[in-house]
Design a protein around this ligand. Structure first.
Ligand code: GMT
Length: 378
């Protein structure tokens, strides 16, 4: 396959879409493609070492006295147009219909070059913004004017068709993990470093603590579990609902057993020392963190919503339960915590599911084939 020049735009902050976009860029670069990130900040998974074939073009959004709001989207479009032109991009792959697909369409017009636009939908752009009548038309425009659209789960394809009212073909391409990084690591002494005893269970939750993640349900689920078993809960990440979690922890004397660790770099090690991951969101188009946990051999207790059932196989790699039901979630967790043999089976099934469906080598092949098919059309 001939190597290509590929631009990538995403939100570079900590978040699933930024992670997927960045990991995809790294994988494409390792296959010889020239990758150009066009973002407002260096994507956070890109700052760990030097990557050959990867270029970073910073979008500098200035505040001007005459404008109440800085012109973010126009600045992104303008930078995209410059990079399409100067680097003669073949493909511009944007993550999120709004604003990035719309910026890309404007940029293509400005550049005068027939760059192919691929838009990947991640969820929030559809399941949150799609409800807003003032944005729905814009989202539809971004989707319909893209040369190809992908979504990270079949559920998100259905939600897009319904909410945005488009019959544009949307291909499901699942998220993936880098299998050379996400696997169960030997971390024999790590629990001790956190003051966790050998006979204690470790539950973990990782998110950006937006309301949609229902962090209080996480802590309540753990509270039920801790009445039955010696256990610790690790809360990883940061976000607006952390204070609500802290208040519950304080009011229920859980400080010793809930470790609020904030943002952490070594997620694989923290997952590898955990027995279960809790993900009890009310919306989740995919649930990347559930996939990361399964790749480290950690079964998942998650809500039965959005794209989660496409990732976590109920009764096989974890258990699914209703939203807003910490008691059921805790019962499902206890089923696994109280049965070492069953937990070991779930661990093996999780590793096998990730290997069969979500390894980067297979998923990146699908993106490469999509790019190839668009360029062959000419
Ligand atoms: O979930 C978030 O708060 C972040 C958000 C994002 O845009 O980064 O995540 C979305 O994209 C991820 C990667 O595709 C998915 O794994 C998440 O499920 C999805 N979040 C929602 O749908 C709420």
């Amino acid at each position: 396959m001939k190597t290509k020049k590929i631009g990538i735009s995403c939100y570079p902050t900590v978040g699933g879409s930024g992670v997927v976009a960045t990991e995809l860029g790294k994988q494409l670069a390792s296959r010889g493609h020239e990758v150009h990130f066009i973002t407002t900040d260096i994507p956070f998974r890109l700052d760990d070492k030097v990557y050959a074939n990867i270029y970073f073009h910073e979008v500098e959004v200035n505040q001007y006295a005459v404008f109440k709001h800085p012109p973010h989207d126009l600045t992104v479009a303008s930078k995209m147009a410059e990079i399409i032109r100067t680097h003669e991009l073949d493909i511009l792959h944007v993550h999120y219909a709004v604003p990035h697909a719309v910026c890309a369409i404007l940029a293509r017009q400005m550049s005068g070059r027939d760059v192919k636009i691929v838009t990947t939908l991640h969820g929030t752009d559809i399941t949150v913004l799609g409800w807003d009548p003032s944005l729905r038309q814009l989202i539809r425009f971004g989707v319909e004017e893209s040369d190809a659209v992908t979504a990270v789960s079949a559920d998100l394809v259905r939600a897009t068709n319904k909410l945005v009212g488009t019959d544009k073909p949307i291909e499901t391409i699942y998220n993936f993990i880098d299998e050379s990084i996400y696997y169960p690591k030997p971390v024999a002494t790590l629990r001790g470093c956190y003051g966790i005893a050998e006979d204690e269970d470790v539950l973990i939750h990782i998110s950006n603590y937006r309301p949609v993640k229902r962090v209080l349900d996480i802590v309540k689920t753990f509270h039920f579990i801790s009445k039955r078993r010696r256990a610790k809960l690790l809360l990883i990440g940061n976000g607006p609902e952390i204070p609500i979690a802290r208040q519950y922890i304080m009011e229920h004397d859980l400080e010793e057993n809930v470790l609020v660790l904030g943002n952490q770099k070594h997620i694989v090690e923290l997952l590898s020392m955990s027995d279960l991951l809790l993900l009890l969101s009310e919306k989740e188009s995919f649930g990347l963190v559930a996939l990361e946990a399964m790749a480290c051999g950690v079964p998942v207790i998650a809500t039965n919503i959005g794209g989660i059932p496409e990732v976590v196989e109920d009764g096989v790699t974890g258990f699914l339960c209703p939203v807003n039901d910490p008691e059921t979630a805790s019962q499902r967790a206890l089923t696994l915590l109280e049965n070492d043999v069953l937990r070991a089976q779930f661990k093996e099934a999780a590793l096998a599911r990730v290997r069969n469906m979500f390894y980067s080598q297979d998923v990146v092949d699908q993106y490469e084939q999509l790019y190839e098919s668009l360029l062959l059309k000419d």
